[in-house]
Each structure stands twice: as structure tokens, then as C-alpha cells.
Design a protein around this ligand. Structure first.
Ligand SMILES: NC(=O)c1ccc[n+]([C@@H]2O[C@H](COP(=O)([O-])OP(=O)(O)OC[C@H]3O[C@@H](n4cnc5c(N)ncnc54)[C@H](O)[C@@H]3O)[C@@H](O)[C@H]2O)c1
Length: 249
């Protein structure tokens, strides 16, 4: 097979779906992985796509992702570890079950998928892009599980880049700022939305497409000398230290 192929996890909606559509525009085939059967089946008519109704936190499912993708496309050129869950709550209300749910998808799933991708990405000299979050770069309240899982994804990116470079595999990470997806809107009140607008130099949320463009760039040959990098696509949120609204004129 000569047509390149990407696997995008959590791509039935949101940032993952925008990334899958951008890859399709660029001429890649895309395996769309998601455990939400109803959302996944909305994309049955998308050309050049393989829909995989699987859970990235389960080792057997991850094996199936790669077996079925390779049987379909014969190659894997890019893996986007995008599937994620957000469960927010104060430390005192974060029980072990919630901690494990967040870690299983956000961290274990990212580890499992990259591990499984190594043989095929070695063949294609392909690349991995992990999706972390500004919550992995800056601590805040209510995110003891989510923020810690995303900080771990940032470190995992660097660990994998350090070891997989000699196989010709690049590994990078995108940290999105707030985007109006189902995940974010479940935990962002109007007050939080207003506060983000205040704290972000570009004064707005990002779009799914704006995040997808950074992901696609990192997967492309244009980024052929870029690995181990953590890029915030966040309207400037992370770069501002003393960003108090009270300090603005
Ligand atoms: N939206 C934001 O504001 C924002 C900000 C920072 C980081 N992120 C990150 O971006 C990524 C995409 O988030 P989104 O906002 O598009 O959310 P979303 O909820 O719209 O999409 C996430 C998708 O992942 C799928 N998924 C979750 N767990 C899975 C699993 N174990 N196996 C297979 N599929 C699974 C969901 O079914 C869903 O379709 C996530 O990793 C999220 O943490 C989002």
C-alpha cells in the first residue's frame, strides 16, 4: 500500500474528529477509534476510514486496533493519542475509582497504543502525537486526577522521544487550551468560560480545527526534525505568568 494511514483515538467527535477530517483532506486513510458506538456510527459514510469501536485502555482492544488497521491499510504512518476523559473534583472527593478511570484512558491508553505502534512506525519512520492539556502544564483546582494524568502524558512523550528516535520515530505532544467540545462543556460553567476569556491573551476559546492543524503539522514531513516537543495550542494561556485580570487596564 502506498497511501499513508493515520490512527486517531477518540475521533468520533471533538478534536479527534477534526484531526481525522484534516488527515482525509491531506490524502491519508484514517482509522477512527472510539468506544462511543453511537457517535462512531455517525461516520459510516466517510470515505477512506475504518471505524473501530474499541477501548484504548484495554490491552486486548489495543492489539485489535493495530491488527485490524494493518489488515485494512497495510501500514501505519501516524498515531494520534487523543482519546481522553475529564472528571473534575476536589481532592477530597476524588476517590480511587475516579483516579483510576482517568489514568486508565488518559495515561494507560496512551502508553498501550504507542507501545503497540512501535513495529509499524519503525517501518514507515512515522510519528506519534499525544494530546495532553494546559492542565498538564499548569496546576489548578479540581484537576488532581486529570492534571496529573496530562502531566504524565507530557513526560511520557519525552521518554518515548528519547528512546524511539533511533528507530526513526518522532514523538511530540500538543497541549490544547479550552475548546468547546462535549468534554469541555460538561465541566465549564459560564463563569469558567468568562474567566478563560480573561486569562487567555487571544481572549477566546480555540476551535477543534486550530488544534488539528498543529497535530497534522507535527505528523507531517514538515516537522521531520522535531521530536520530544510539547506545544501549547492555547491562545497564549501557558506563556502568561502573572495574568491576573486585575493587572489589566
Ligand atoms: N476540549 C478541551 O477544552 C480540551 C482541552 C485540553 C485538552 N483536551 C484533550 O483533548 C482530547 C480530545 O478531547 P475533546 O475535547 O475533543 O473531547 P470529546 O469528549 O469531544 O472527545 C473525546 C473522545 O474520546 C473518546 N474516548 C474517551 N475514552 C476512550 C477510551 N478509553 N477508548 C476509546 N475512546 C475513548 C470519547 O468517546 C470521545 O469521543 C482529550 O485528550 C482531552 O483531554 C481537550
Amino acid at each position: 500500500m502506498t497511501q499513508k494511514c493515520a490512527i486517531v483515538t477518540g475521533a468520533a467527535r471533538g478534536i479527534g474528529l477534526a484531526t481525522a477530517k484534516l488527515f482525509l483532506e491531506e490524502g491519508l486513510r484514517v482509522a477512527i477509534v472510539d468506544w462511543d458506538t453511537d457517535e462512531l456510527n455517525l461516520h459510516k459514510d466517510l470515505p477512506d476510514t475504518l471505524l473501530l469501536d474499541l477501548d484504548i485502555s484495554k490491552p486486548d482492544d489495543v492489539t485489535a486496533i493495530f491488527e485490524r488497521t494493518l489488515a485494512w491499510s497495510g501500514r501505519v504512518d501516524a498515531l494520534v493519542n487523543n482519546a481522553g476523559i475529564a472528571e473534575f473534583g476536589p481532592v477530597n472527593n476524588t476517590d480511587f475509582a475516579m483516579w483510576r478511570r482517568v489514568m486508565q484512558t488518559n495515561l494507560d491508553g496512551t502508553f498501550l497504543c504507542t507501545q503497540a505502534a512501535i513495529p509499524s512506525l519503525t517501518e514507515t519512520k512515522g510519528s506519534v502525537v499525544n494530546i495532553a492539556s494546559i492542565s498538564g502544564l499548569r496546576a489548578s483546582t479540581l484537576r488532581v486526577a486529570y492534571g496529573t494524568s496530562k502531566a504524565a502524558v507530557i513526560q511520557l512523550t519525552k521518554q518515548h522521544a528519547a528512546e524511539l528516535g533511533e528507530h526513526g520515530i518522532r514523538v511530540n505532544c500538543v497541549c490544547p487550551g479550552p475548546v468547546r467540545t462535549k468534554l469541555a462543556m460538561a465541566v465549564h460553567t459560564q463563569e469558567i468560560i468568562d474567566a478563560y476569556h480573561d486569562a487567555i491573551p487571544l481572549n477566546r476559546y480555540g476551535s477543534e480545527r486550530e488544534i488539528a492543524e498543529v497535530i497534522a503539522f507535527l505528523c507531517s514531513d514538515k516537522a521531520s526534525y522535531v521530536t520530544g516537543q510539547i506545544i501549547a495550542a492555547d491562545g497564549g494561556f501557558e506563556s502568561t505568568g502573572v495574568g491576573l485580570p486585575a493587572l489589566r487596564r
